[in-house]
Design a protein around this ligand. Structure first.
Ligand code: SF4
Ligand code: SF4
Length: 72
């Protein structure tokens, strides 16, 4: 099953600083004229570092696993 979960990059928020390209430990992100893209999705380990380092808050790792509170 080739159903990769990838970080979502909001190109409206992104100012193309290049930090995500430079700092992705897997080298999965490339800069394009339209902005950064996860060009090698198979290499992305979903470490969520790009979400953490983006100064514009433009990257969202939507499927990050969190513990749900009990009850609710
Ligand atoms: S780190 Fe954020 S603002 Fe910078 S290029 Fe990547 S997505 Fe855009
Ligand atoms: S989640 Fe990690 S491996 Fe995937 S693109 Fe972001 S920094 Fe790179």
């Amino acid at each position: 099953m080739l159903d990769w979960v990838l970080p979502e990059i909001d190109k409206a928020l992104c100012d193309r600083c290049g930090a995500c390209v430079a700092l992705c430990p897997a080298g999965a992100v490339d800069m394009t004229p339209q902005g950064p893209v996860v060009a090698r999705p198979a290499d992305c380990t979903y470490c969520t570092q790009c979400e953490a380092i983006c100064p514009q808050g433009a990257i969202r790792c939507a499927f990050e696993i969190v513990w749900a509170p009990e009850g609710g």
